[in-house]
Structures are given as C-alpha cells and as structure tokens.
Design a protein around this ligand. Structure first.
Ligand code: KG4
Ligand code: ZN
Length: 338
C-alpha cells in the first residue's frame, strides 16, 4: 500500500435510496463523489419504497462506479481498497452495494472494507478539510433514522451517550413537513420555508426527555404541531411561521443537549453529522454555540451531510489497520449494531 496520505479508496454506499460512489485519497481529499438521487422515483409514494430503491441501485450502481473512477481520473487498478456500507439500512438496498463491492474486490484483487453507515457519517465533516481529527470529540448524529450523541475516542472507539426515545430528528422533520402539506423529502423543504418565517411566532414545546440523561424526544413536538394546525389559530397561521417555530424548537433541544454533554465530558470538538446537519437553523445555532462556548465545531458542507460514499471511503481509511479487511463471504446486515 502507498503511504497513508496517498492511499486511494473507492467507496460504495447503498443503504437507503441514494446510489452513491466516491474516490477519496488519504481519507480526506474527495477526488470524486457521485450520488444518483432517486427522489423522483419515490416522490409520488410520499416516502421511500424499499423494493423500488433496491431495483434502482441495481440499475444505477455499475455506471456510478465507472463515473466516480472517470471523474477522479483513476483506474480500478490504482485503488488501494474498496469500502462498502454493510449496514444498518434497507436489506434490499444494502445487498446490492455489498455484492458489487465483493465483485470488484475479487476481480481487481483489492482489499474489501465493511463500514457501519452511522460511523461513516462522523467522517463527513473532515472531508476536504485541512485539520486532523480532534479525538476525543462529541458527535451529534441527526439523520432520518437516528438521533444520537456519541463520544468518539478514536476511529473505532465510539460510545452512544444519548439517543432519541421516539422519533429521530429527520423523522420529526419529515412527518411535520407532511402535516404542512410539503412534498417528500420534507426536511429540506421545511428548512427552506423556515428561513422565511418568524421563529418566535409560536412557542412549541422544548421537550427534555429526562433531565438525568442526554436522551432526546421529538414525538411530543410533532404532535403539538398537529394539534396546533387543527386549531383555529393554526388554520390562520402562516406556514412559514409554523415551520420556523418548529425548527427553533428542534434546534433549541439539540443545542441544549450538546451543551449538557460538554458539561459532563471533556471533548476537543463538536462534530455535526447526518442529513439534518444540513439544516440551516441547526448550523447557525451550532456556530453561535461554538463561539459562545469556545469549542471548535466541525460542520460538513451540505453535500456530505446527507448520505454519500465519500464518508464511507474516509471511514474505511481511518479504521483500516485496526479493523481487518473482510473476506469475500461478507454479508449485508440491515440491523448492524452501532
Ligand atoms: O443521513 P440521511 O441522508 O439518511 C439517513 O441515514 O437517514 O438523512 C436524511 C434525513 C431526512 O429525514 C431528511 O428530511 C433530513 O435528513 N434532512 C433535513 C435537511 N436535509 C436533509 N432535515 C432538515 N433540514 C435539512 N436541510
Ligand atoms: Zn445516513
């Protein structure tokens, strides 16, 4: 293998509905990141249809691999390892990526690395970024399926210290967006509306699951937005103001939890990750918190917040040497534990 800084990884990510591939050098420099968005195929169903996602991965993945190699101006032969998301995710989607990665590893005689999708998200903030990874850091992972506070002591040593008791933050966004009649996927649409509204228009509850823990809860917030929309006041409310007030409640709860975590543990930085990390309100609030508290915050650019293969390639790069490379009997695991 080449020196650490030069090692080239091909990343493949198909855990949900994005068919994504990437070429990353040294766990940092993104030479190519390709993501074929399937939204158009799922939109009319108001959510992801697993069977459609799986079939689209089959149709798109091979071209997405070629595209990444071409854009990065490298041949498969130049690659030092192949990294693939093993889980968690939709089984029908994961198996497509894992089968493709095994076939490529076999054909090109390259080592195969399996990556936990959730671990992958933590490395997104360091893509195309000059700073070294500031271990130990606290990661706030907020995605469609997960909302967690994670202590990250090294690339392989991670501990969940707070989690949602019910809905994930992205799920709360998507469900609330639906209540507001916004098309799928709701999170980014709600964010765009919130930017035009008054965040102080309505006081939605800031639920602290249990003050003794760092856990989160969002289902009460979603329900109170629903009751509000059904009320007389709600019927006449401007949708932008409802969106902005909902967003303010989510962001307040998340930042308060992060702040409590920093009261309890010594971390060198906060790392934002997951699809909801792309949220404009959350990014602004985290920047303000970081300046106030004097703690560096690493926030990925929006293209690396949502699912992508560059973060999977980067995770494999940082974890290799500690984790073994996988045999070609590797299988996808939709319930892969954290
Ligand atoms: O990490 P991700 O791409 O997929 C999962 O692994 O879940 O996260 C997707 C989630 C969706 O719920 C989506 O609505 C939400 O992230 N999301 C946002 C924004 N962009 C994506 N939520 C709020 N504001 C955004 N700008
Ligand atoms: Zn994700």
């Amino acid at each position: 293998m080449k020196t650490n800084v030069e090692a080239l990884f091909l990343g493949i990510e198909t855990s949900c509905d994005d068919t994504a591939t990437a070429i990353v050098r040294g766990g940092r420099d993104v030479l190519a990141s390709v993501s074929t968005n399937q939204d158009a195929f799922h939109e009319k169903y108001g959510g992801i249809v697993p069977e459609i996602a799986s079939r689209q991965h089959v149709a798109l993945l091979s071209a997405a691999v070629d595209d990444a190699l071409e854009r990065a101006h490298v041949a498969l032969d130049d690659v030092d390892g192949i990294a693939v998301t093993r889980g968690p995710g939709l089984i029908g989607s994961l198996v497509v990526g894992v089968a493709a990665a095994k076939a490529l590893a076999y054909a090109a005689r390259k080592p195969l690395y399996a990556v936990n999708h959730l671990h992958g998200h933590f490395f997104a903030a360091f893509l195309d970024h000059p700073d070294p990874l500031p271990y130990p850091f606290l990661a706030l992972l907020v995605s469609g399926g997960h909302s967690q506070l994670v202590e990250v002591a090294s690339a392989v040593d991670m501990r969940v210290i707070g989690r949602t008791r019910d809905d994930a933050a992205g799920e709360a966004y998507d469900k609330t967006a639906r209540l507001l009649g916004l098309p799928y996927p709701g999170g980014p649409q709600l964010d765009a509306l919130a930017r035009k509204g008054n965040a102080k228009a309505f006081a939605f509850p800031r639920h602290r699951a249990d003050p003794g823990t760092l856990d989160l809860s969002f289902s009460g917030l979603k329900t109170s937005v629903r009751y509000f929309l059904e009320s007389d006041a709600g019927q006449g409310a401007a949708i932008e103001d409802v969106a902005a007030s909902f967003q303010a409640a989510v962001v307040d709860v998340l930042v308060a939890r992060v702040d409590s975590a920093f009261d309890r543990g010594a971390y060198r930085a906060l790392v934002l990750s997951g699809g909801v990390a792309a949220n404009s309100g959350l990014q602004a609030a985290v920047r303000a918190w970081s300046a106030r508290r004097g703690v560096p915050a690493f926030i990925p650019p929006p293209r690396y917040c949502t699912d992508n293969a560059a973060m999977i390639a980067a995770a494999a790069y940082h974890q290799r040497g500690v984790t073994r490379c996988e045999p070609l009997t590797l299988t996808a695991d939709p319930n892969l534990p954290f």
